[in-house]
Design a protein around this ligand. Structure first.
Ligand SMILES: [Zn+2]
Length: 387
């Protein structure tokens, strides 16, 4: 694992919803872990040759996409597209959470097949990081006939996720709630699909279903792709402990309204951002960057808090040691700036006016993955990667 120093940072966005920015201009990485965040005068950079000159630009944590549908490797059969995960990494994504692998061709729905597919997806992505991205996959799609013993076996194999409930065979809220309890008792995170039907086989789900099932996340509350009534989102916030998710592959206006809702309620810690990519709407390499800018520009969310909703909030939900720029965390960092031509002076200003950020480089475990994003506009500042 490499060492790295990032110098001349203009703004440090931490990803921590409780303290979304930090003082200082320097981040030091030792052996792939953040060693310090603060002023250059306090930074111990002895013996480190690899460096990034941020030239006054902004650093944020590596983005955590809370809603993806991987299948196997860096390929999606939904869009017949290769290297979609690498493409998202060029949009600043360093962690992906699976909301299920329903795009698997010939997906089995019997208990033995469900178990096997879930464990395979989990273990294959544990052994493979496409473009360095940490893909947490193997999210069990609930099907009739699954028993508590199946959840015990999957949990023992490392499975930690239940796919968004509603897109697979279990449609009855009582059956779903019983399976959700089996899963949560074993440390799994449970998501419920909300809103309209996203693809054939998924259904229309509102607050009644979410309140009955009590998931950890109400998925894509701004729609998959049609949104819940806002009153249903209020009920979910009032009557459950679930996080509410907004995604790129949803209703833009509703994304802004939901961001405004959690802001005015003082519950930004419950907002998580995803893309729901790949899906009918395609692969969305800049989907997280764009959804953050909707939350800030349309929802009036402090731009640094919009970043937290796509980083630290997701990491906290899943118990991952990423998503926050602080000592001891895995060194996943993105150097971002206002895109060339923006009317804003810097990255946070660009989010506030609805621009898509420029990514200068994405760092995973202390290693810069590129010196120029192939997908975002170029940054305003002359950021350089060396060593
Ligand atoms: Zn969905």
């Amino acid at each position: 694992m490499p060492d790295l120093v990032i110098r001349n940072i203009g703004t440090i966005v931490t990803g921590d919803v409780a303290a979304p920015t930090a003082e200082g201009d320097t981040v030091v990485v030792r052996e792939g872990i953040i060693a310090s965040v603060g002023p250059a005068a306090d930074a111990d950079t002895e013996g480190i040759s690899a460096s990034i000159d941020a030239a006054g630009a902004t650093v944020i944590p590596g983005l955590c996409d809370n809603h993806t549908h991987p299948v196997i490797g860096d390929y999606t059969p939904r869009q017949n597209q290769a290297d979609w995960i690498e493409s998202c990494m060029h949009g600043g994504v360093t962690t992906m959470i699976s909301a299920g692998e329903p795009h698997t061709p010939g997906r089995p729905t019997d208990p033995a097949g469900v178990r096997a597919l879930t464990i395979l997806a989990h273990k294959s992505f544990d052994n493979l990081r496409p473009a360095g991205v940490k893909v947490h996959a193997g999210a069990v799609l609930l099907e009739p006939g699954l028993a508590e013993e199946d959840f015990r076996e999957m949990a023992e194999a490392g499975v930690r996720l239940v796919a968004e409930i509603g897109i697979s065979g279990v449609k009855d809220p009582e059956v779903a709630a019983e399976m959700a309890r089996w899963a949560q008792a074993r440390g799994m995170r449970v998501m419920v699909h909300t809103g309209g039907a996203s693809i054939p086989g998924s259904g229309v789900i509102g607050a009644d279903f979410v309140v009955a099932v009590r998931p950890d996340v109400a998925g894509h509350t701004n729609g998959g792709p049609t949104a819940l009534p806002l009153a249903d989102v209020v009920r979910i916030l009032d009557e459950t402990d679930a996080r509410v998710e907004i995604v790129h592959n949803g209703n833009v206006k509703a994304a802004g309204e939901i961001a405004a809702l959690v802001r005015t309620r003082g519950e930004v810690g419950r907002l998580v951002i995803g893309t729901d990519s790949p899906a009918g709407s395609g692969v969305q390499p800049l989907g997280i960057l764009r959804t953050m800018s909707w939350a800030a520009s349309l929802g009036g969310l402090d731009p640094a808090l919009a970043v937290a909703a796509a980083t630290g909030n997701v990491a906290a939900l899943h118990g991952l040691n990423v998503g926050v720029l602080a000592p001891g965390r895995e060194a996943d960092v993105v150097v971002v700036d206002a895109p060339l031509g923006s009317q804003a002076p810097d990255a946070l200003g660009a989010l506030a006016i609805g621009d898509t950020l420029a990514v200068a480089t994405t760092v995973i475990d202390g290693a810069p993955r590129f010196a120029k994003s192939r997908n975002t506009p170029p940054p305003v500042r002359p950021i350089s990667v060396s060593g």
